[in-house]
Design a protein around this ligand. Structure first.
Ligand SMILES: [Zn+2]
Length: 447
């Protein structure tokens, strides 16, 4: 029994044939898409269904944000200065503030981040890792109705709040992936900080755990040149070569960043089918050298599994995947002096079906196909960025627009954004709480 029809001037399916249906519609039955076709035919078939969207809307699959910190930065957004280096930003600010988070802070941070994300059309978020209370992030996702993966951070090198021997870190992560099994709205992933904050024992154990539970492993690698220096000193080879020799890499792995790769590491990524989430705004904000060392254009051209992320609120900042995707293709086009390979249509692929492939979720999400989960975004086209309308809605969506024109969002068939506002959580209450918690966190961290 189809309950909802989502209509638009253009329905951009991102299906195998990349069909864009003129005056199209998507029929939603419970959590799944039951049909995709023309408005006239589907309306005739389902005369009683509730209608979302207008004859002028653009309808797309939900966007995938493949690297997002949902806790730690949110409540001190734009408080970390932009005239310090990334080590000071992370260890002088982010780490002590993260350590001071209460369970309530993790819940509030995740809620506010996800409100922003869904408002910009993001329906699936890979969380980059929470220090203390990942179950609070899971609760925030479930209450709001957002799809995503969550992770409990741990490390066995150095100190800090979650430092522990490798087997203890693995046990905590096992507990999480068993509590939130693969395939649900909220999935537990094996999530490491990465860089050089892990022994070989920990990263080997983490990879085995992800394989054993048919879930993902995500970790930060090589956003700046420093990661390579640390590995060269310790192992004599570059980071991804070392991880490959340990047997860690593979299709179950999603690396955050991997900006600085040498030729052998590029070959290793391609051969092992390891996925990469690129967060271009973070590299610009933190001056990490994507414009001088990034290999993304080549990786894309050679068929690497790539996705786009928005990172953290003091590194990348806006949780707007469209904005990040247009920057990603712009940087790659410019770096390669190549206007042909990466286009607006590819940007939308990275946010939808190719992003889903990078997460191993393409059987469920990433395109508007009957039988898939009903994760759907509607753009209102009455704003100035849409006037006049181009015959190619994707060109205009990626280059001229951003998340501001998102009007309605459904995730697993549930309406989470209506008329541009998140309707599933009390945004006013969360907003009121945020200012007080910001003061408390800055105080606790000695700022
Ligand atoms: Zn990150």
């Amino acid at each position: 029994m189809t309950q909802i029809l989502i209509r638009g001037r253009h329905v951009v399916t991102m299906n195998a044939r990349r069909e864009v249906i003129d005056h199209g519609a998507v029929a939603v039955d419970g959590a799944t898409i039951s049909a995709v076709g023309t408005w006239t035919s589907l309306r005739e078939q389902f005369p009683d269904a509730t209608v979302i969207g207008t004859p002028n809307s653009i309808v797309t699959p939900g966007y995938i944000n493949a690297h997002q910190h949902l806790t730690g930065d949110r409540l001190v957004r734009s408080c970390i200065p932009d005239n310090i280096d990334s080590q000071e930003a992370i260890f002088g600010w982010a780490v002590p503030i993260h350590a001071a988070h209460t369970a309530g802070d993790d819940h509030l941070s995740a809620t506010l981040s996800l409100v922003e994300a869904v408002g910009n059309g993001i329906t699936c978020t890979v969380e980059a890792g929470t220090v203390a209370h990942p179950e609070q992030v899971a609760a925030a996702m479930a209450e709001l109705g957002a799809r995503g993966t969550i992770g409990r951070w741990g490390w066995d090198v150095g100190d800090g709040p979650q430092a522990a021997p490798a087997d203890e870190v693995i046990d905590r992560m096992r507990d999480l992936v068993e509590r939130y099994p693969s395939g649900g709205l909220v999935e537990g992933w094996v999530t490491l900080v990465g860089h050089d904050l892990m022994t070989d024992e920990l990263v080997v154990g983490a990879s085995a755990l992800a394989r054993e539970h048919a879930t993902g492993l995500t970790l930060h690698m090589s956003p700046h040149r420093g990661d390579a220096t640390a590995y060269l000193e310790r192992t004599g080879v570059r980071p991804l070569i070392h991880l490959d020799r340990l047997g860690v890499l593979g299709a179950h792995v999603l690396l955050g960043h991997a900006v600085h790769l040498d030729d052998d590491e590029v070959e290793t990524v391609l051969r092992t089918r390891t996925a990469i989430a690129s967060c271009p705004w973070a590299y610009l904000r933190l001056a990490q050298g994507v414009t001088v060392g990034g290999r993304y254009g080549e990786l894309f051209r050679r068929g690497a599994r790539l996705a786009i992320g928005c990172d953290a609120e003091n590194a990348g900042d806006a949780i707007d995947a469209l904005r990040a995707a247009s920057l990603f293709i712009g940087l790659a086009r410019d770096a390669e002096l190549d206007p042909f390979t990466l286009t607006a249509h590819h940007a939308l692929e990275l946010l939808t079906i190719r992003g889903a492939e990078a997460l191993g979720m393409h059987d469920r999400i990433g395109s508007l196909d009957a039988g898939k989960q009903a994760d759907v975004v509607v753009h209102d086209t009455s704003g100035p960025q849409w006037i006049p309308r181009s015959p190619d809605p994707v060109l205009q969506l990626v280059w001229a627009s951003d998340g501001r024109s998102v009007s309605d969002v459904l995730i697993a068939g549930r309406e989470v954004v209506r008329a541009g506002r998140c309707i599933t959580v009390d945004v006013a209450a969360a907003t009121a709480e945020a200012a007080a918690r910001q003061k408390a966190l800055l105080r606790a961290a000695g700022k």
